[in-house]
Design a protein around this ligand. Structure first.
Ligand SMILES: NC(=O)c1ccc[n+]([C@@H]2O[C@H](COP(=O)([O-])OP(=O)(O)OC[C@H]3O[C@@H](n4cnc5c(N)ncnc54)[C@H](OP(=O)(O)O)[C@@H]3O)[C@@H](O)[C@H]2O)c1
Length: 290
């Protein structure tokens, strides 16, 4: 089976609905069109977003546009059972049992109004995950054409290795940014490169705009000065910093603001000098490399 190709930047839908901007359907359709106009053709969803409501809102907004299926990609995830209005359970927990995976994909396909997912991810590793059971479910989903590729999210290198013995893992979607550097040093990106596992970075701007700490201050000061050199905005430089890594990181950008999205789309044009990559790395850690 030929693997689907994804755009260099991915639009994350987590804050488009109830968990953020609460876009009405027409506004969400316009926002999807804006993404496509910037060549951001891949959309990241998850069953739990908006308390199990955002997939359906996104699906309706997408269907309104009558875009040819070949012109966009949809990612979604399953596995987090979250207590909310749509899911009246009394404890947040994980589920990656055979029947759960199959039924969650079925529900996501209906909500998203597509016949097949381009990429399906297990949202979080469960301590109760049986790799053979997951592999059997993914086999069924691939053979029936319900998913085109499979991956995981937030998996450590050891859990990747365990599951990877039973099923091909195309992607690991992880937290990774200038303010969350551990994947660069804990072996995660090495293992991804070695095993040809694509890396998607969630929260690619990290805490840059949400915290006012010393680290964020140093990064803002430096990116503000570098933005003059490279001719792009501060948020775009943070994305360009991720794009420079040889593991070909794919940032999942979560903005619900058209201007911010347009700014970040310019990151793909930036050819960041190696010395500036290290300037930013050191601005984050607060010290020079050893
Ligand atoms: N796999 C997982 O476990 C997991 C977990 C969390 C998220 N995700 C995925 O990752 C996506 C992105 O996550 P995220 O939203 O946390 O990350 P993000 O893209 O790093 O965005 C963080 C925040 O930065 C703000 N921002 C951007 N440019 C700005 C500027 N110039 N000035 C001020 N604020 C600015 C955005 O607000 P505005 O809307 O105002 O621009 C946004 O709320 C989600 O949508 C979801 O698809 C996955």
């Amino acid at each position: 089976m030929e693997k689907p190709s994804f755009s260099p930047l991915i639009a994350g839908t987590m804050k488009w609905g109830k968990w953020g901007a609460q876009m009405p359907q027409t506004q969400m359709s316009r926002y999807i069109e804006h993404c496509l106009s910037l060549d951001i053709r891949t959309f990241d969803c998850a069953a739990i977003y908006g308390g199990y409501t955002t997939e359906a809102e996104f699906g309706a907004a997408l269907a309104d546009l009558s875009i040819e299926r070949k012109d966009f990609r949809v990612i979604t995830k399953c596995g987090i059972e979250y207590p909310c209005e749509q899911n009246p359970i009394d404890l947040k927990h994980y589920d990656c049992t055979f029947d759960y995976i199959l039924s969650s994909v079925e529900r996501s396909l209906q909500r998203l109004r597509v016949d097949s997912l381009d990429l399906f991810l297990l949202h979080r590793p469960s301590p109760l995950m049986d790799p053979e059971v997951v592999a059997a479910a993914i086999d069924v989903l691939k053979k029936t054409g319900k998913i085109q590729s499979f991956g995981v999210s937030n998996f450590s290198t050891s859990t990747l290795s365990l599951l990877g013995k039973h099923v091909a893992i195309d992607t690991n979607q992880i937290q990774c940014s200038l303010t969350h550097l551990s994947p660069f040093t804990d072996g995660t990106l090495d293992v991804h490169l070695q095993n040809k596992i694509s890396t998607q970075c969630w929260n690619p701007l990290g805490t840059l705009f949400s915290n006012k700490g010393d680290r964020e201050g140093r990064i803002i000061d430096l990116t503000t000065s570098l933005s003059k050199k490279y001719g792009v905005a501060v948020n775009a430089l943070c994305i360009a910093w991720l794009l420079k890594h040889p593991a070909r990181l794919a940032p999942v950008v979560g903005t619900a603001n058209e201007k911010h999205l347009s700014e970040m789309a310019e990151s793909v044009q930036v050819e960041m000098e190696q010395i500036d990559w290290f300037r930013l790395y050191s601005a984050s850690t607060g010290i020079d490399v050893p």
